[in-house]
Design a protein around this ligand. Sequence first.
Ligand code: SF4
Length: 229
Amino acid sequence: MKLAELFHSIQGEGKLSGVPSVFVRASGCNLRCVWCDTPYASWQPEGDDVPVDEIVRRVGGFNCRHVVVTGGEPMIMPQVVELCDRLKRRDHHVTVETAATVYKPVRLDLASLSPKLSNSTPWQRDGGRFAEAHERQRINVPVIQQFIDTSPEFQLKFVVSSERDLEEIHALLRQLRGWNASDVLLMPEGVDTVTLDSRAGWIADVCKRTGFRFCPRLHVALYGNTRGT
Ligand code: SF4
């Protein structure tokens, strides 16, 4: 699997925020979010092909039960089913972080689904050459529903930059079944504390009104937007 990085850190987002975890970051993505915070796994994918055996061995070296398989987009990696199966057989708790545009029957404990809103479409970036493909692929309702239906636990995590995003979130949720408000996480867009703080107040108010969860980015507070932390 093309691997951008593998490192031991603290889960900074979502229901398992604060849990020490090993991150396995696949390199390559079918989307091109304009604000992507891991461009080395999407816009300019870096890294080498690493056999699943080697990934599992390196994960085992950290003596850490929780593993987060992330990207890029891990669901487009041919070896992701085998990787998750091998990690589960070693009794790891496996979170898979995906934009939920592609389904694969992976063994996991938490499906962290992050459907991308229209605020992600790169109309201006790189002359807009990825915008139409991104726009076509960014939401796949049947795939999101399949993850919800087949996962032991899931969360729906939305990157929010303005109040206009809320109508899109509600419109998507109306098309999905089997979720509770506490499965929905609103995360401010931003990779520095000033930007995150500027959006936190009104997003927290929305969470109080709707029962959605406010999702801080703990790793930004702990480490800044630093690769491999
Ligand atoms: S789906 Fe994730 S990895 Fe891919 S471009 Fe968007 S933010 Fe980056």
